[in-house]
Design a protein around this ligand. Structure first.
Ligand code: NAD
Length: 303
């Protein structure tokens, strides 16, 4: 009975939100510097990060702090998520506690469509809410009226030292990409799009490579409400068994080897740590082909 109760308490602790306990598993790799990509802006971006969509301010603060403690150095937020304040607090707390320096942390936020008519103010507001002097990457959240002016405002902010790299999100075709690139004086460093085993946009990846632009995957695991559809896939299950890894780790390892930056999200400490523990195994070329073959060209969202 005692053992049973202890097991329940342990599981509950590991399933709890980030703040209740902050122990970090010992087997998590901290080799994040080796695992970064050089952007066309001249800055390096970690290739595995932490996504914060759906986390409220308090949860975001604790989970971002926990993620930084685990070893993540890329944090993704957006004005739209209404958690920039919490994300900023988590980052500043981690810096104050000596977990990482500001230079070592790569912070991304996004300008939301409701602010496309006042992009300069939107940039200032995000910096103020985050409590940071600069962000490492700012993205246009999605195509929309006035997005070209938004891009120009981000370029001005780069020159003013408020943003280091700029990019776009939810632009899915070479034509969508070209519309922005053709008015740009600074080529997009990153495109953040839905990208997972069932939607692999290789056409866009190889097109934008010419401009040094990197694809960053949102919904890297299939996203909210969809993960089990992908986790239960036979190929992913058998690779998980072979490497004694979870389906999530197999998918994130595939994302990594396929050249994508992935930003899995969670408020579960066990999952946050697990998702960062993908640097001690490698999928073979044949296994990468098997993963590639899972593409159904099917997105789960339509924005
Ligand atoms: P995701 O693919 O990371 O999946 C998250 C879901 O998987 C959650 O339900 C989570 O509880 C679960 N999960 C996470 N790790 C797990 C594990 N190891 N085992 C089992 N389940 C696990 O989807 P997401 O978080 O929505 O997307 C990632 C990030 O991308 C977001 O947090 C956000 O920062 C960003 N995003 C950007 C856009 C955009 O339009 N630019 C859209 C959506 C998300």
């Amino acid at each position: 009975m005692k053992k049973f109760l202890a097991a329940i308490i342990f599981v509950a602790m590991m399933m709890s939100a980030c703040g209740s306990s902050e122990e970090v598993p010992k087997d998590v790799s901290k080799s994040f510097f080796a695992d970064s990509v050089a952007l066309n802006s001249g800055y390096n971006m970690p290739r595995l990060g932490f996504g914060t969509w759906t986390l409220d301010d308090d949860t975001a603060e604790d989970c971002v702090y926990f993620a930084l403690k685990v070893g993540y150095r890329l944090i993704d937020t957006a004005r739209y998520y209404r958690n920039e304040a919490g994300v900023g607090k988590g980052i500043r707390r981690a810096i104050a506690d000596g977990i990482a320096t500001r230079e070592e942390i790569f912070v991304t936020t996004k300008i939301m469509p409701g602010n496309y008519n006042s992009p300069d103010a939107a940039i200032e507001n995000s910096l103020k809410t985050l409590g940071l002097d600069y962000v490492d990457l700012m993205l246009i959240h999605q195509p929309g009226h006035n997005d070209e002016e938004v891009y120009r405002a981000m370029e001005r902010a780069v020159k003013a030292g408020k943003i280091r790299s700029i990019g776009i999100s939810n632009y899915y075709t070479p034509r969508d990409f070209d519309r922005i690139k053709n008015i740009a004086t600074i080529a997009p460093a990153v495109i953040q799009n839905e990208n997972h085993p069932y939607y692999q946009n290789e056409e866009l990846q190889s097109y934008v490579k010419k401009f040094g632009t990197v694809i960053e995957s949102w919904y890297p695991l299939g996203g909210r409400g969809n993960t089990q559809k992908i986790f239960s896939n036979e190929t992913i299950q058998s690779l998980a068994k072979k490497y004694s890894k979870s389906p999530a780790q197999i998918i994130l390892r595939w994302q990594f080897q396929a050249g994508y930056v992935a930003i899995p999200g969670s408020s579960n400490k066990k999952h946050i740590a697990e998702n960062f523990n993908i640097f001690d195994f490698r999928l073979t070329a044949e296994e990468m082909e098997l993963m590639r073959g899972l593409n159904k060209n099917r997105r789960f969202e339509n924005w």
